[in-house]
Every structure is written in structure tokens, then in C-alpha cells.
Design a protein around this ligand. Structure first.
Ligand code: BG6
Ligand code: MG
Length: 220
């Protein structure tokens, strides 16, 4: 068993509750198209890129063939405009419970931190939260060929940390994210319901329960 030397974090729904803002912005966009989204369906959007999310929503509403590429770009842009408005208000007070303590414990233990978010707004949110200086490396989602559940983003994070995937723990709130971590060969930690996190190596129901000593004990 290799020692854990890196933690790779998802952002939305793990470090801050921006997953809720994504949900609000998609729900409003979909409502304008006559498609009603609920939280159960939203689980399938977590971790999924902007355009892939739109495609899933259109398929859900039986509208897959109704828009051409340019119209879909415009719809995705409209969703992002609302999302970007919502995240202007983010402050360090929006860091989810337990995350600041976990980051401090990781620093003290010499364990490096990477961000593996599918969001192009990730760096902006990290800045707003005041966490930029604590993150050692950020994977640029624009450079990826495949989104979660493909392991690419987590493999890239390990590479940027100069670590083997087996030396890393991945933390996610999305079903697609847990699958990506598992396929990357990292120890997966899930935050969410037992049902949504059923494939996680270890799961907690809230970020407050994320304790470094317990995670390291489970991962070894
Ligand atoms: C992920 C979110 O982190 O980023 C998804 O879980 C979101 O809901 C995706 O669609 C892409 O985000 P953005 O900000 O680039 O549209
Ligand atoms: Mg997430």
C-alpha cells in the first residue's frame, strides 16, 4: 500500500455549495424550454460539463433534435450568465463546514491539494473563497478530451501533483465523479446520500464529517 501524498478535490458541492447554483440556473433555463427539472434528475447533471448537461436536459425533455449547435451554444451561454451572476456573491463564509479544517490538516501533514473540477468557473470561485493559495495545482477542464465519469481529469491531477494515482485520494459529490476517481485508481471519498455514493470507497453525508485521520485510516 502506497502512502497517501495528495488529495484531489471536486469543487461544486464539495468545497462550496455552488452545486445548488448550477441547479437553480439549469432549472430556470429548462423551465423556459418547457422542461421541468427536479433534484433527482439533477443528480445526473453533477460533475457533467456545461454542454453535456444541456444535452442531457434536452434529451430528458424529448427536445434533442430541436436545436442546432449555435442555438445550443446560446442556451448554454444563457445558463452560464445566470450562474455567473449567482456566484458573484460567494465569500469565504461559503466554504462548506469542515473543509477549512481538512485543508489545514492536509497542509500540516505535507499532503498536496489538487482541484479537479469540470467547471470553467472553478478558479473564479476558489478566488472568491480565498482558497487559491492553498491549492497546489488546478486541472484546466478546457484541456480535457473526456469529462467525468472518464478518469482523465483525476489522472491529470495526479500527473500535475507528480504522484501516482494510488498515492491520491479523490473527493466528490457526484456519481459521475466517484466513477471517475475509481477508474483512475484512487481511493474515492463521497459526500452525499448512501444511494448516490454507493460506489464510493468511503462516504460521509456532510463535509463536516470529512476528517483526515479517518480518511487516511480507511485508505490504507
Ligand atoms: C461541475 C458541476 O463541477 O462543473 C456541473 O458539477 C457543471 O454541474 C460543470 O455543469 C461545468 O461547469 P461550468 O461552470 O463550466 O459550466
Ligand atoms: Mg461536484
Amino acid at each position: 500500500m502506497m502512502a497517501i501524498k495528495g488529495f484531489v478535490f471536486d469543487l461544486d458541492g464539495v468545497i462550496t455549495d455552488s452545486a445548488e447554483y448550477h441547479y437553480i440556473a439549469w432549472k430556470n433555463l429548462a423551465a423556459g424550454l418547457g422542461i421541468e427539472l427536479d433534484r433527482a434528475f439533477n443528480e445526473q447533471l453533477k460533475g457533467i460539463s456545461r454542454m453535456d448537461s444541456l444535452n442531457r436536459i434536452l434529451a430528458y425533455g424529448n427536445q434533442s433534435d430541436m436545436y442546432d449547435a449555435a442555438q445550443k451554444e446560446a442556451l448554454a451561454q444563457k445558463k452560464n450568465d445566470e450562474y455567473v451572476k449567482l456566484i458573484q456573491q460567494v465569500t469565504p463564509a461559503d466554504i462548506l463546514p469542515g473543509i477549512s479544517e481538512l485543508f489545514a490538516d492536509l497542509k500540516a501533514a505535507g499532503i498536496r491539494i489538487a482541484l479537479a473540477s469540470a467547471s470553467k468557473n472553478g478558479p473564479f470561485i476558489l478566488e472568491r473563497l480565498g482558497l487559491m493559495a492553498q491549492v497546489d495545482t488546478i486541472v484546466d477542464p478546457a484541456e480535457l478530451a473526456n469529462g467525468k465519469p472518464d478518469p482523465e481529469i483525476f489522472l491529470k491531477a495526479a500527473e500535475q501533483l507528480n504522484l501516482a494515482p494510488a498515492e491520491c485520494v479523490g473527493v466528490e459529490d457526484a456519481e459521475a465523479g466517484i466513477e471517475a476517481i475509481n477508474r483512475a485508481g484512487m481511493f474515492s471519498v463521497g459526500v452525499g446520500t448512501k444511494e448516490a455514493m454507493k460506489d464510493a470507497d468511503y462516504y460521509v453525508t456532510s463535509t463536516q464529517e470529512l476528517k483526515l485521520s479517518e480518511i487516511l485510516r480507511r485508505a490504507s
